[in-house]
Design a protein around this ligand. Structure first.
Ligand code: GDD
Length: 499
């Protein structure tokens, strides 16, 4: 990854939001919301009840803006979810949690962290999810080594709490040090994360929340949260999560900046609404919808059901009513990383960005290296192999003579034997591709947000994916297939899931 560029400090004058009286953050101050209910921050900030992490139990105040003294304090949260029962990132997630899967030579989550680290004022980052604590230990150690001035902590939810439920559960940790605002990034998106621009808009508009938006083709918009905004003021007028019918092609990128004084009261109100109407259940994530997830507590009375609160369903449309919710529309690249196949376009986008920034990490272009290409220093590439564009080769991979690889990811310890061809594919850890074999997917337009294509009337993955330790025999052709780990392919196969 390119060395983090330290972006310029925010030079914008800090708006004074302090109330006209002499109330201090230590005194209970009231937050007036336009929907007419009034909540005291003290009422909101009861100590959180984590069993896995021990957030401070002292009663913390939500800082009133401009009251924290000095430069505004900004933190960041990366939402990583957990070992979901969803199947979309399989077979790769069978062997590695999705946030740690490498695209363009770095774990998906590292691209988010690098963007956060470029915002000079951020000193504290939380990774929030329901994976085991051990999952992110090495990643966090690496972050602390490369960015010693940033504290990175993993906060584990005891169960999936939803995208807002986790924030609320760990509010003591987030609010410690009285941050004025904090970013929230979905770990499973790939974009240039224009966080500085979001901060500028936040200051300029005296916002309670900023959401990053992007335009997608009309026919894919309903797969995302949709934003109706005022083009001139950038104000969010209306927000609907995955609407049934078209309302806008400006969609939620899964990157937010929230004023602490606004977001926690909103979540608190949503929790209260849920308590009043217990039958309104939020699913903790869209993966859960795929996997027939039954919310915890649905059939028993342990009270956990109501803790699942989603930003998208339960909070954002309310924030739109508050009138201090704005959208920053990015014209730069953006993709979701949901299916395993979507790692291939994400790889291409991050490599292209690294190439534009003349990253030293990329392989030098030559007759046989068509940029952008990332090759791990420990990989062995025969000089007659032709790679690129948009290829990442992982540690200790061995690429033989006359091999052709394009638009693909080759993972650690894989071997591609001489004269094989790999196109639009992911070759799993330790897999073996025989001589003269051909492993290929189908190209899809770069603007396309789906990773499936219709072949012979059947919807199949456009990217061929071989899980861990698969073997493709010499001269065998594998086309548009998803192959589970440890399989041996001895004959030609197309448009199949090989179990
Ligand atoms: N900590 C935690 N706890 N994280 C979660 C949970 C949870 O219970 N559930 C989901 N996440 C994380 C996921 O890992 C992912 O990074 C992010 O939150 C959003 O995931 P989903 O809930 O599956 O939503 P989605 O991806 O279908 O849609 C969201 O993202 C789109 C952009 O990629 C929504 O925000 C859409 O509006 C948006 O367009």
């Amino acid at each position: 990854m390119e060395a983090p560029v330290r972006t310029r400090a925010l030079l914008l004058a800090k708006t004074d939001h302090s109330p006209p009286d002499d109330s201090t953050p230590e005194q209970p101050c009231l937050i007036f919301r336009p929907d007419s209910h009034t909540i005291s921050p003290r009422e909101i900030l009861q100590p959180s009840s984590s069993t896995h992490t021990a957030p401070s139990t002292m009663s913390l105040q939500i800082p009133m803006r401009g009251k924290s003294g000095g430069a505004p304090v900004t933190k960041a949260v990366i939402l990583v979810g957990g070992p979901s029962r969803g199947t979309r990132f399989r077979p790769l997630s069978l062997d590695l949690p999705k946030p740690l899967f490498e695209v363009a030579g770095h774990p998906i989550i590292e691209h988010c962290f690098a963007a956060i680290a470029r915002v000079q004022e951020i000193r504290e980052v939380f990774i929030v999810g329901y994976y085991d604590e051990s999952v992110f230990r090495d990643f966090i150690k690496d972050c602390s080594r490369t960015h010693p001035h940033i504290s990175v902590k993993y906060l584990r939810e005891y169960q999936a709490l939803g995208t807002a439920g986790g924030l609320y559960h760990f509010r003591d940790a987030i609010l410690k040090g009285r941050p004025d605002r904090f970013f929230v990034l979905n770990a499973d998106v790939c974009c240039s994360f224009p966080l500085e621009q979001m901060l500028r808009l936040f200051e300029e508009k005296d916002a309670e929340a900023i959401i990053l938006g992007t335009r997608v083709p009309n026919d894919s918009a309903t797969n995302f949260g949709c934003i109706v905004s005022d083009a001139h003021s950038k104000r969010v007028l209306h927000y609907v999560e995955k609407p049934e019918s078209h309302i806008s092609n400006l969609i939620n990128c899964g990157v937010y900046l929230f004023a602490t004084e606004a977001i926690f009261p909103s979540i608190k109100s949503a929790i209260k609404r849920r308590a009043d109407r217990p039958r309104l259940v939020s699913y903790p994530s869209s993966d859960a919808l795929d996997s027939q997830y039954t919310p915890a507590g649905d059939d028993d009375d342990d009270g956990t059901k109501n803790e699942v609160i989603r930003l998208e369903q339960d909070i954002l449309s309310d924030l739109a009513d508050s009138r201090q919710f704005f959208v920053l529309e990015t014209k730069d690249f953006w993709r979701q990383i949901k299916t395993a196949g979507s790692a291939v376009p994400a790889n291409a986008l991050y490599l292209t960005k690294a190439f534009q920034q003349q990253s030293e990490e990329l392989a030098k272009p030559s007759a046989n290296i068509l940029p952008p290409v990332y090759i791990h220093p420990s990989a062995q590439i025969d000089p007659t192999a032709k790679l690129g564009p948009n290829v990442s080769i992982g540690p200790r991979a061995v690429i033989g003579a006359g091999v052709r690889i394009k638009e693909s990811i080759v993972l650690e310890d894989a071997e591609i034997r001489h004269d094989a061809c790999v196109l639009y594919s992911i070759i799993g850890w330790n897999s073996r591709i025989g001589a003269w074999a051909r492993v290929e997917g189908t190209p899809t337009p770069i603007r396309e947000h789906s990773t499936s294509v219709v072949k012979n009337g059947v919807k199949v993955q456009s990217i061929t994916i071989l899980g861990k330790e698969c073997a493709v025999a010499d001269e065998v052709r594998v086309q548009n297939c998803v192959c589970l780990p440890y399989k041996e392919l001895k004959r030609d196969v197309a448009n199949e899931v090989i179990m």
